[in-house]
Design a protein around this ligand. Structure first.
Ligand SMILES: [Fe+2]
Length: 139
């Protein structure tokens, strides 16, 4: 699977969150590289661990900003995040118990797919609602 590229049409209109998304894409690509080059399990595990921690951090920040502007679809969006976080936590547990148990190529594929779809479809829905934050930051 080739690297994912962040493109302007993925922008959610808030620089901070675009930066998070770029970082998530970068980490997902690093995971793909580690898997493809058959790097030591520790490398794959370390990248996976960092990616997962960053996913949690990003969800928290994104939800905080949505809360700040009283985003109407926050509850629904939060559910998407929770479902993803639970899935990832399950994979992480399985990986920690037995690194060979999680087929990392599938995991990478899943993360890449989820990330791009989530940014393009769910995240971009809050673009209009969060734009005032950006405007306020520029004043
Ligand atoms: Fe999101």
């Amino acid at each position: 699977m080739s690297d994912i590229q962040w493109t302007e049409d993925m922008s959610v209109g808030v620089e901070q969150l675009d930066g998070h998304h770029r970082r998530l894409i970068d980490l997902t690509n690093q995971l793909g590289t580690a898997i493809a080059s058959h790097d030591a399990e520790q490398v794959t595990g370390a990248v996976l661990g960092e990616l997962i921690r960053y996913v949690y951090y990003h969800f928290g920040e994104e939800e905080r900003l949505m809360e700040e502007v009283g985003y109407a679809e926050l509850t629904e969006h939060r559910q998407h995040h929770r479902a993803m976080a639970e899935h990832v936590r399950g994979l992480e547990d399985r990986y920690n118990n037995d690194p060979g148990a999680v087929i990392t190529a599938d995991l990478h594929h899943f993360l890449a797919d989820w990330l791009v779809n989530h940014i393009r479809h769910e995240d971009r829905r809050y673009k209009a609602a969060l734009t005032p934050l950006k405007a306020a930051a520029e004043v």
